[in-house]
Design a protein around this ligand. Structure first.
Ligand code: GLY
Length: 337
């Protein structure tokens, strides 16, 4: 079904009117025709571009992305350069170098990137290469494929000149050795208030790109892959509508195709905030949901530059850089009891 038909069908069910009104309210400057096409056009009088948002408190990363944007760079360059800051930060134990390993002591990285045209690239189970997000971009730009995994991804990265490194730092090795004493398997909620780094940017032309990068669940089974390299789950960008990126327990995000869901909800007229809340509700309201024992968080931006973030538990945050202000914003959350 094309977009026009979708919106038309929605009107017949009574949803369309609410959708149309909601879009007019959130993106004044949109013509009826664009709304019917499912497009939300950035309104320059309302949006101060460029704009960057990221999961968690990563002001150095958003600052780098904004530096790229202020220098005239596009949103794709911005999200790649921003994510690279966290990948190189050995203190962050959930991303890139210094990431916590799987239960066998192997650091394996997942990452993806998506541009304004809907092109995307992804790497899964990548070892010994710090900048997984840049390898994902090379997959997108230099191959006819979307995803490369494991040894193939590593050999591809080497062929592109990426440096081979040991990613297991002394700190992460010590944490793994401590974990091995009991070797209990339990997702860690808000691991040091840092998890998958996802970043979304709108450049001065109003074009949106996104990226995310992670070492995945700490002490996972060897071979486990989460949501972060799965387009539509960990990340989704539709330059006509907006973008979303996820953090937290990837299995739950994959089961609800979370980021695609958020973007589709925005297409139907929800604000980024409402769309993130609805996507979290799909997880927590499942029969027998074990949500008290895991965290998932989403951040989203629409074409008008409105942003939103929401999580299951407290202490998820978003970093936002706009209008010269680079700030951490605590997210609202579901589990208030
Ligand atoms: N969100 C990261 C992961 O579950 O691997």
């Amino acid at each position: 079904m094309n977009r026009r038909k979708f919106i038309k069908n929605a009107s017949l069910t009574g949803v369309g009117l609410a959708v149309g009104n909601s879009l007019v309210n959130c993106a004044d400057g949109n013509s009826k025709e664009n709304l019917e096409k499912g497009k939300i056009i950035a309104n320059p009088s309302k949006v101060n571009l460029p704009l960057v948002i990221a999961t968690w408190d990563v002001k150095n990363a958003t600052a780098k992305a904004m530096e790229v944007l202020q220098a005239g760079g596009n949103s794709l360059d911005a999200v790649e350069q921003g994510c690279k800051i966290e990948e190189a930060n050995e203190k962050g134990q959930s991303v890139g170098k210094g990431g916590l390993p799987d239960r066998d002591g192997n650091v394996t990285l997942d990452a993806c990137i998506m541009d304004k045209h809907g092109n995307c690239g992804s790497v899964v189970y990548l070892q010994n290469i710090t900048h997984a997000v840049s390898v994902a971009r090379k997959v997108m730009e230099d191959t006819p494929h979307v995803m490369l995994a494991g040894e193939g991804a590593k050999q591809f990265a080497i062929s592109k000149g990426f440096k081979v490194e040991d990613l297991l730092t002394e700190t992460s090795k010590k944490a793994w050795e401590k974990w091995k004493v009991e070797a209990k398997y339990k997702p860690i909620i808000n691991i040091e208030n840092h998890d998958t780094i996802g970043m979304l940017a709108i450049d001065k032309h109003g074009d949106i790109s996104g990226a995310c990068t992670t070492s995945g669940l700490a002490y996972k089974l060897g071979g486990r892959v989460g949501d972060s390299p799965i387009i539509g789950s960990g990340l989704f960008v539709d330059n006509e509508i907006g973008a979303c990126v996820a953090t937290g327990l990837g299995e739950e995000v994959v089961k609800t195709v979370g980021s695609f869901l958020v973007v589709e909800l925005m297409r139907q007229g929800k604000s980024p905030q409402d769309a993130c809340e609805e996507a979290i509700s799909r997880i927590v309201n499942k029969p027998n949901s074990d949500y008290k024992n895991f965290q998932v968080g989403y951040i989203a931006v629409n074409k008008s530059g409105e942003t939103g973030s929401y999580s299951i538990h407290q202490w998820f945050s978003m970093t936002k850089f706009q209008d010269g202000v680079n700030e951490q914003i605590q997210s609202d959350y579901f589990n208030k009891v």
